[in-house]
Design a protein around this ligand. Structure first.
Ligand code: MN
Length: 465
């Protein structure tokens, strides 16, 4: 069966129930996916409620209500089907909308899972949208949230744009007037809210010598081009506001800068997804910044605030989310300084640091990713933090770069294997992965991850650059 057939079957089952519980993940993809499903359910007049979990595990399974409702798992569930089985959930009371690896299970739960259908770059919000559209063809406005979820789960990162069914959803949204697709836009975070020099300085994909991590350098570079960086009333202009000619001048000059340094220019451009109905110069204007806003809500464990924004709240929920976003950035900046000041320990193939209980476990991965661009970028970084809810556990996050991934490195594989060996659990993606391990096995674990990454580097057939 194709993914569309699976989505149609899931939609049919959902509409045949008189009560639904959506259980979703607290990141941007999960929040967007939950909002798509909840809005489709409201429009179909099916009573429903939602539960958000950090991850699905025996402890959080308790939040899944013990009632007659259909349990719709979104952005989770595929990899925890045995937990559903242990809970005694029958095939009739579960559907799974997911994009993670499916766990072999004795019970054949109904799934719409993009990964099972061979689509590696369609997130749960994307699958949720396919289901919502099968529920009612009038749900095309929800395509925006599907794009936000996809971009939030980094589905557009590797190819500098969405591909496959995720891109088809964006096109559908564009045709209905909800999304503006900008081809060959500047591949840079913050195009709707940040002064251009800050936008460029914060970007390291591609890494542009003299500009990346160098706000002063970026400002001087732009001033030399003679483009107007401020409005007459002295407000910094954002990328979105520059004219096509100004944009061309900036991108071609950045390309020259890269060429002069012998770097490829292909990652300078990406396809952007804008939401023209949103207020200008807000993070709601483009998919990347919208996703970050939702992630900030999740990281402060306020996913419902993100959900309210997805449902259209531009008042109190939006202000609260903006506040979380700025706090979020302040704490991440502090963590970044901490990592750089303290220094990492280098092993043969990885570098690592333990931050104790100084920082929330929800942000250490981002901080590590940012620190990496100021450290040895060829060695993946591993960061450990005490798990606040259970101090006998250590939360591990790992980050690397596209360049290292292209050499055959797969952080998910390394963390999954190494954590399982010490009785923990791990998952994620090639470029970014996480795990939980017992605190007493930290040393063994780090050594083992180093060994596994070393083996990946050494695997034959992997080109070195
Ligand atoms: Mn996801």
């Amino acid at each position: 069966m194709s993914l569309r057939d699976d989505a149609r079957e899931v939609a049919r089952v959902i509409l045949s129930h008189h009560e639904v519980t959506v259980i979703s993940h607290i990141d941007a993809d999960g929040i967007a996916g939950e909002s798509i499903l909840a809005q489709a359910l409201s429009r179909a007049e099916v009573p429903h409620k939602s539960v958000f979990v950090r991850q699905l595990e025996p402890l959080t399974m308790r939040q899944v209500p013990d009632d007659d409702s259909l349990k719709v798992f979104c952005d989770l569930g595929a990899g925890q089907q045995n937990l559903l089985l242990e809970r005694g959930l029958s095939r009739e009371e579960v559907v799974i909308i997911d994009h993670h690896v499916s766990q072999p299970c004795g019970r054949d739960y109904l799934q719409a899972n993009s990964l099972l259908s061979g689509h590696g770059k369609l997130s749960a919000a994307g699958v949720a949208y396919l289901v919502a559209r099968e529920m009612d063809g009038g749900n095309a406005d929800l395509s925006r949230l599907a794009v936000v979820g996809n971009v939030g789960d980094m589905m557009a990162r590797e190819d500098c744009g969405l591909t496959g069914p995720a891109r088809e959803i964006a096109i559908e949204g564009a045709e209905a007037g909800w999304i503006e697709i900008v081809p060959r836009d500047l591949n840079c975070y913050g195009i709707s809210t940040r002064p251009l020099h800050v936008c460029l300085a914060y970007n390291d994909d591609p890494y542009i010598p003299g500009i990346s991590n160098n706000a002063g350098g970026a400002l001087r570079f732009l001033q030399r081009l003679g483009v107007e960086l401020q409005t007459p009333d002295k407000r910094w202009r954002v990328w979105e506001e520059f004219s096509p000619d100004e944009k061309r001048l900036v991108t071609s000059s950045l390309a020259q800068q890269l060429i002069a340094c012998g770097e490829p220019t292909d990652r300078l451009f990406c396809e952007s997804y804008l939401f023209p109905a949103e207020a200008e110069r807000t993070p709601l204007r483009n998919a990347q910044e919208f996703a970050t806003l939702l992630n900030a809500c999740g990281r402060w464990t306020r996913p419902r605030v993100g959900g309210a924004i997805c449902r259209g709240d531009r008042g109190e929920a939006f202000r609260e989310a903006e506040h979380m976003l700025s706090n979020h950035r302040a704490v991440i900046r502090e963590l970044l300084e901490y990592i750089l000041d303290t220094g990492v320990r280098e092993l043969s193939h990885i570098q690592y640091i333990h931050v104790g209980d100084r920082y929330p476990d929800t942000i250490v991965g981002i901080g590590a990713g940012m620190a990496l661009s100021r450290l040895n970028m060829d060695k993946p970084i591993l960061i450990m933090v005490v798990q606040p809810e259970d101090t006998s556990l250590t939360k591990v996050s790992m980050r690397t770069t596209e360049r290292v991934v292209s050499r055959g490195i797969d952080l998910q594989q390394a963390l999954t294997v190494a954590s399982a060996e010490v009785g923990g659990a791990g998952g994620g993606h090639r470029i970014a992965a996480g795990a939980y391990i017992p605190r007493e096995s930290e040393d063994t674990f780090v050594e083992r991850v180093n060994q596994l990454i070393g083996e990946q580097f050494a695997r034959p057939g992997q080109g070195h650059c």
